[in-house]
Structures are given as C-alpha cells and as structure tokens.
Design a protein around this ligand. Sequence first.
Ligand SMILES: Cc1cc2nc3c(=O)[nH]c(=O)nc-3n(C[C@H](O)[C@H](O)[C@H](O)COP(=O)(O)OP(=O)(O)OC[C@H]3O[C@@H](n4cnc5c(N)ncnc54)[C@H](O)[C@@H]3O)c2cc1C
Length: 355
Amino acid sequence: MKEFNYIIIGGGCAGLSLAYELEINDKLKDKTLAIIETREEYKRDKTWSFWKVFNHNFDDCVIKSWNNFTINTSENSHELTNKKFPYQSINSGKFYKKINSRLSKNPNVFFLKSLKEINSENSIIFNSLFNRKLDKSELWQHFQGIEIETPTNIFDEEIFNLMDFNCDQRNDVHFFYTLPFNKNKALIETTWLSNLEDESLKDYDLQLENYIKNNLGIKNYKINFTEKGAIPLFYPLLENDNKVINIGSAGGMTRLSTGYTFLNIQEHSKYIVKNIEKINKVKKFNLGKKYQFLDRIFLKVLEKHPEKMPKIFFNMFKSSSNTIIKFLSNKSNLVEDISIIGKMPKLIFLKALFY
Ligand SMILES: Cc1cc2nc3c(=O)[nH]c(=O)nc-3n(C[C@H](O)[C@H](O)[C@H](O)COP(=O)(O)OP(=O)(O)OC[C@H]3O[C@@H](n4cnc5c(N)ncnc54)[C@H](O)[C@@H]3O)c2cc1C
C-alpha cells in the first residue's frame, strides 16, 4: 500500500488552502502529499467574502472589493466606510483552478478518492470532514444566493448591503445580503439563523424572487449562478485523535456569530506550515477563547430573542468601522471589545450569562 508524509482529507477550501501554503513554502519538495477528495470536478460552487484584515494568497481570485457598506432594518439604515480593510469576494472557481494548476506541477502531490487506498499509519493527517452527522436542531446559518444580471445598469457598485432585515422574520432571524459586482450584476442572498428542521423557511427561490421584485424593484433579470449552504453555528465534538489535525469548518475555523470562515482557514494554514516540522507538539490553533465565549453568549441571546436581533445587529454597527470589522474578524483589542459590548442591551446579555 502507498504511504505519504502528509494526508489531507477533503480537498475543499481548507484542504486546498493548506496544500497551496505547503507548496509555495517549498514544504513539498522532498515530502509527499495525498489529498483525499470525492468530487469529480472542480467548478465555482461558492463565493467567499470577508474583510481583508491581513494579506492572503488569493487576491487574483477576487471578484470585487468594496470600501463602503450598509446595514438596515425596516426602520433605519446605516452606512459605514472603511479604506483600511476592504471587503472582498472570492470566486471559488478561480481559487480551485489556481491551486490545482500549481499542485499539478508537483509530482509529489496526489489526488485520491479514498483513504482506503493508503497506509496512513506513519502520515501526518489533516482532516476537513465532520465525522458524524450534525444535529439539525442546533443553530445554523442557512442560505441561498443567486448572481443576477440585469439588461440595464441598476446597482451602485461602490457599496454593498451586508444585512437587510427589512423582510419577513417568521419568528427566526432573517436578512438579505447584496453584493453588487458591477452596475448590472449582483449576488443576492437570503440568509436565516435558525435550526435546520423547519422546512417552511427553505422556500429560498420564492424569498429571493419577492425581495428582488418588491425591495430592489428589479423586474427583469437572468440568473447566472446559484449557491446554497448551511454553516453550523456550533462546534461539533470530533473524536479526539492526537494523530489527526482538524482543519476548516471541522477544525473550528468558523466564527460562530457570523459564519465567517475563509480568512480563518488562511490563518490556520499559515500557522500549520510555519510549524509543520513540529506540528504535533505545538499548541492547537483556535480563533481565540475570548471570541468563543462572547459568541456563545451572543447566540444564546439570538436563540431566546430572535425578534430583538435586527436591532441588536444594527446597533453593533454603530461603532467605528475599524472597531466592528476587527471585532468580527477576531482582531479586536480590549478597548474595541468593550466598545462593542457596550452597544448590547445589558440585561438580556447578563441573563444569558447565567441561563
Ligand atoms: C455556499 C457557501 C458560501 C459560503 N460563503 C462564505 C463566505 O462568504 N465567507 C466565509 O468566510 N465563509 C463562507 N462559507 C463558509 C466556509 O468558508 C466554507 O464552507 C468553506 O468551504 C469551508 O471549507 P472546508 O474546507 O471546511 O469545507 P469544504 O470547502 O466544504 O471542503 C470539504 C471537501 O471535502 C470533500 N468531501 C466530502 N465528503 C468527502 C469524503 N467522504 N471523502 C473525501 N472528500 C470528501 C468535499 O467535496 C469538499 O471538497 C460558505 C459556505 C458555503 C457552503
């Protein structure tokens, strides 16, 4: 049976990001890598967006960057500008192509369909798969997005809408998200924060159709691309195997209050590669205990008081744009944390600490 120095299980965002980071840092010159991936072909399946709070390897896969964004409820609208940390959207199709074309030039890198083909006893294993079925009754961020194209110029491409709560909440938390890639092309997503059991929330097509027609006032458009997903807003307990290093969503790289994962995956990949020679001995990478604690309280409030969330989110964004962006990107300092916490309704959050 074949043996490899490194094995990456799942060649998605985290698996490929790690493989690329190993490759560009010359860690695969005299080491072999097997990537276990079941998909038959790589094509655009997601749009990864985030505030660029540090440099990453994929600027050439960015569809668009913005310095301005809005957030609104049915009553209020707020606009923020930030020149220091642009918000970027990455085309996953370009990302897969860039990485796979680089890896294909290295004869030490192999793509395989199953771990059964390998003797993994002496390998360092990086795993990006959840090894059990996740609980649908927990809290999830589930959504569907469509990239639409209009025959005339309609969108203001300089500003995107992060959260529009001016929509039917149905006793959960619901918002739309609009990323105008240019004047006549935009990705529009309907997003829910709820459990996954309530099928009635999943009429995404109809939600998008109504929103585009009634809120955006667009009657004529075609759909170029559709993406759909559900991000667990909880950390599932994975079997504790010291030999395996979990990466990606399965490795706890999702920020639970927001679903943002992409840039955390990049940071984790850099950490692994920097420590690759002693990876089983170094401290396990995490997003910061502070954020795990604060997000847990935030999500408790969200589950107990979904009706209050549009206002709570809206008020959070009344901070300076640097502060809120750094907070949501796990890069805030204590003063910035206090400034965000100060915007929360005190009694509700204090109660959440104790129940
Ligand atoms: C539609 C969508 C949009 C998102 N948008 C954003 C965003 O804007 N910003 C952000 O920060 N995060 C976003 N996320 C969250 C997160 O960044 C992505 O889910 C990201 O892809 C997670 O990377 P991953 O490697 O953990 O999982 P994946 O990218 O899903 O990779 C897992 C890989 O494992 C493969 N696989 C599955 N089963 C097996 C098996 N049995 N054996 C071998 N391989 C297998 C899959 O084919 C896949 O390639 C989004 C998620 C989704 C679903």
